[in-house]
Design a protein around this ligand. Structure first.
Ligand code: AP5
Ligand code: MG
Ligand code: ZN
Length: 217
């Protein structure tokens, strides 16, 4: 299956994607995770991406489309993929359509995880991530068993640089201006499924499964 997860920062795209890819056996492709990996390796791409991410702005489309082109043409994507955080501008959506057409493949579904904007600030400022394996936690809504230690691998938890309140606000503004229009774009293409992201993680997963024609509840 070829799936896109849409939704504002903090909607739960990464949380759901981590569970979904284990069920669907397709790679999880998160442009945000790819940029964070490049930053931690201090590559040229990482340095460029960081200058935008720190301000809560989007990395330029040419750069982002380029890394997606390379990634989805790899052999592990032959049976499908789950895109998380890409596309997030109309230009990226059009570029993706062009790439898929060249490859003679198409998307199966676009899932829009919606959460009221005023719930997202708490989700983002309370998020913690594992430095070693990337598992996503929340201080209140999805806390690890031992404070600051990953349940999955024992690694330390950290707070993303862009999860500070000022940066979160600009990310939410950027989402409304540049990414929200993709909801209508994919609705008109007949691919969109709306999922209510403002409910417990397992309930979101069950709705997502139903939208994809699976029965996981
Ligand atoms: P990216 O890493 O993609 O960040 P984002 O889209 O802002 O989304 P988040 O990762 O913040 O949220 P999420 O929806 O994954 O939520 P999560 O599951 O973690 O991008 C970062 C930056 O990279 C961008 O700002 C941009 O600069 C750049 N970038 C990336 N892609 C780009 C692109 N295509 N073009 C240009 N630039 C790009 O959950 C959030 C929190 O909520 C967690 O603490 C979690 O535990 C908790 N939670 C999850 N589900 C629930 C629930 N159901 N109930 C309660 N709490 C929940
Ligand atoms: Mg994410
Ligand atoms: Zn871990």
């Amino acid at each position: 299956m070829r799936i896109v997860l849409l939704g504002p920062p903090g909607a739960g795209k990464g949380t759901q994607a981590d569970i979904l890819v284990k069920k669907l056996l397709v790679p999880h492709i998160s442009t945000g995770d790819m940029f964070r990996a490049a930053i931690s390796h201090d590559t040229e791409l990482g340095r460029e991406a960081k200058s935008y991410m720190d301000k809560g702005q989007l990395v330029p489309d040419e750069v982002t489309v380029g890394i997606i082109r390379d990634r989805i043409s790899q052999s592990d994507c032959r049976e499908g993929f789950l895109l998380d955080g890409f596309p997030r501008t109309l230009a990226q959506a059009e570029a993706l359509a062009g790439l898929l057409e060249e490859m003679n493949i198409s998307l199966d579904a676009v899932i829009n995880i919606s959460v009221p904007l005023d719930r997202l600030i708490d989700r983002l400022t309370g998020r913690r991530m594992c430095r070693k394996c990337g598992t996503i936690y929340h201080l209140l809504y999805n806390a690890p068993e031992v404070e600051n230690i990953c349940d999955a691998c024992g690694g330390d938890l950290f707070q993303r640089d862009d999860d500070k309140e000022e940066t979160v606000k600009s990310r939410l503004d950027v989402y409304s201006a540049q990414t929200a229009p993709l909801i209508d774009y994919y609705r008109e293409a007949g691919l969109l499924h709306d999922v209510n992201g403002d409910q417990p993680i397992n309930a979101v997963l069950a709705e997502l499964g139903a939208a994809l024609g699976q029965n996981w509840s």
